[in-house]
Design a binder for this molecule. Structure first.
Ligand SMILES: Nc1ncnc2c1ncn2[C@@H]1O[C@H](COP(=O)(O)OP(=O)(O)OP(=O)(O)O)[C@@H](O)[C@H]1O
Length: 295
């Protein structure tokens, strides 16, 4: 897993020993390295404050790296900025929803980097916006105010903006927070299509349960990259305990530690650790709930 020379699949996103220190002197990322090939859906997994947003900002060129190097599709971060290579799908809380703007205008923002100085959309830009809205099943909402939409619908609109931008790299910040199962499935289906088109998607998520289902790769982060690679190699008890410590309370080895009474708990996923299957359970703690219910 060590970095060394650039691997063959470096043509997606590649970070080599990057360090990011904020102006107040806080180092949020230290000597972080990973590489993702094109045509990948990767999970960026870590606890609050582990540096996920900082890594996104570094890839987008919003914060400088004080050491190391990031390459995007073989070029620099500056090249990627210039070529409009990276799209960002924000968390709902990051956006000022009181700003009066139509759904189709939000999606058109994805085209800005492709337009001239005066940002006058051409027929091709309108077509891209229409196609993008159609792909996320939001065309009928095109003339609605963005602030009037539900959380899941807003997420779809920002995905459409990334599609309209036609960026090869898409960073998604917690795309499944506050969305229903149907919307989650629709987003996953869309990400798979985008992967098949050769794009790289990096998805920051706290929802470990769905990661093995749709992310080919995982980057585990805690102020540095603890591990990265194919999800089935990264999702080991040891790695997840390193990243989550005591937070991962119901991390139970099947066969070894699994007791009958635990079988009722909601199983999130089944994956393999050294050929032995294990399950990750929801954080739902029944003992605590029973105590809370007690008079
Ligand atoms: N602008 C800033 N100036 C100084 N420190 C910052 C700044 N932004 C973030 N940090 C610090 O850097 C660390 C990493 O923050 P970051 O936002 O990257 O974490 P995160 O993994 O995205 O967290 P979360 O899951 O809560 O969104 C935290 O300790 C945070 O307090």
């Amino acid at each position: 897993m060590s970095f060394g020379s650039l691997p063959d699949d470096a043509a997606g996103i590649c970070a080599e020993g990057i360090t990011v220190t904020y102006r107040n002197g806080h180092t949020a990322l230290r000597d972080a390295s990973f590489s993702l090939p094109k045509g990948t859906i990767a999970a960026l997994v870590g606890v609050n404050g582990s540096g996920k947003s900082t890594l996104f900002k570094a890839i987008m060129g919003f914060v400088p790296t004080s050491a190391g190097k990031i390459s995007i599709l073989g070029g620099t971060v500056r090249d990627a900025l210039r070529a409009n290579t990276v799209a960002y799908v924000p968390q709902a809380e990051e956006v000022d929803w009181t700003f009066p703007v139509l759904v189709e205008d939000v999606v058109m923002m994805g085209r800005y980097g492709h337009m001239g100085f005066f940002r006058i959309p051409r027929a091709e830009d309108h077509k891209m916006v229409e196609n993008a809205l159609e792909r996320v099943n939001m065309l009928e909402f095109r003339h609605r105010q963005i602030g009037e939409l539900s959380g899941g619908q807003k997420k779809r609109v920002f995905l459409a903006r990334a599609l309209a931008q036609d960026s090869r790299v898409v960073l998604l910040d917690e795309p499944f927070t506050g969305v229903d199962v149907q919307t989650e499935d629709a987003i996953i289906a869309l990400l798979r299509e985008m992967r098949d088109e050769g794009r790289v998607m990096l998805v920051s998520t706290h929802n470990l349960g769905s990661v093995p289902e749709f992310c080919d790769r995982t980057i585990l982060i805690k102020e540095t990259v603890l591990a990265y690679g194919p999800t089935e190699d990264i999702f080991t008890r040891q790695n997840l305990e390193l990243a989550f410590g005591g937070v991962l309370r119901h991390f139970v080895m099947q066969g070894a530690d699994l007791h009958d009474d635990e079988e009722d708990k909601r199983r999130l996923t089944v994956i393999s650790d050294d050929e032995r299957p294990f399950v990750i359970y929801d954080h739902h703690d029944e003992d605590e709930e029973e105590e809370a219910d007690a008079p």
